[in-house]
Design a protein around this ligand. Structure first.
Ligand code: CAA
Length: 242
């Protein structure tokens, strides 16, 4: 069986930790990125992980990019839909560009990335799709109507696709990270972030590696019966039913 994994947004933040975790677990990893070539090149030089630049909200770019990865590395066994952006702001001040940028990158990407890998996974009778949602898709967050809606959509997508693919040996799960120590969370105004950390019973931000560990488990054969699941990893900030 092939051991190739694609991690979108896989060169920075949570995605970088996932790419490294999967590499350590024995996968040949392709990490995609959207724009920050300098960070991607540095990541690739440090880790030996191959990086690919394309926009996950562009269906044609995804088809071409995935075909290129398959040509370069082999059949794709694991897809981690991790790429995501924020455009925070009160809804009454939000413009359509802020809304649609988040919808395209965070939710449309579930289609644009998963659809092209699915035929091959079905034909081989094996595959893993792991989607990164968010605590804020579970509970909603002030300043994030766009992001919360998109991330809630990721949960629905996961549950539906898991049922469709269950008999084909393909599992589909999602992870809802809480506030993790990444550039994305550092962009939250300092005062606001202090308040958020105060709401985390564990008393600290999460680490990207703590999300990567769950991805590696979900990718493994040990997790063959885990599908359609919502894995909550948030230091007990929000205790949700899957
Ligand atoms: N709850 C209640 N009131 C709030 C508030 C909050 N969280 N944040 C701001 N306010 C109030 C302010 O006190 C202020 O009230 P007054 O005018 O009465 O003083 C009013 O709202 C306006 O405040 P600002 O001028 O600060 O508003 P803003 O438009 O500049 O910013 C915001 C508001 C965008 C919501 C900002 O507070 C913010 O960015 N919050 C963080 C949102 C967040 O958690 N994002 C998560 C990013 S990380 C991520 O997304 C990863 C993941 O998956 C977890």
């Amino acid at each position: 069986m092939s051991r190739v994994a694609i991690v979108t947004g896989g060169t920075r933040g949570i995605g970088a930790a996932i790419s490294k975790g999967l590499k350590d677990a024995g996968y040949t990893v392709a990490a995609t990125y959207a724009g920050n070539t300098q960070a991607a090149d540095k990541f690739s030089a440090e880790t030996g992980i191959k990086v690919y630049k394309w926009d996950v909200s562009d269906p044609k770019a995804c088809e071409a990019g995935i075909a290129q990865v398959a040509d370069d590395l082999g059949d794709i066994e694991v897809l981690v839909n991790n790429a995501g952006i924020t455009r925070d702001g009160w809804f009454h001040k939000m413009d359509y560009d802020q809304w649609s940028a988040v919808m395209k990158t965070n939710l449309d990407s579930m289609f644009t990335m998963s659809r092209p890998v699915l035929d091959g996974m079905r034909a081989r009778g094996a595959g893993r799709i792991i989607n990164i949602s968010s605590i804020n898709g579970q509970k909603g967050q002030i300043g994030q109507t766009n992001y919360s809606a998109a991330k809630a959509g990721v949960i629905g997508f996961t549950k539906a696709l898991a049922q469709e693919t269950a008999r084909k040996g393909i599992t589909v799960n999602c992870i809802c990270p809480g506030y993790i120590d990444t550039d994305m969370v550092s962009a939250v105004p300092e005062k606001v972030l202090e308040g958020i950390i105060g709401q985390i019973p564990v008393g600290r931000l999460g680490k990207a590696e703590e999300i990567a560990g769950m991805v590696c488990y979900l990718a493994s054969t040990a997790a063959a019966f885990v599908t359609g699941s919502v894995m909550t990893i948030n230091g007990a900030q929000y205790v949700a039913n899957g």
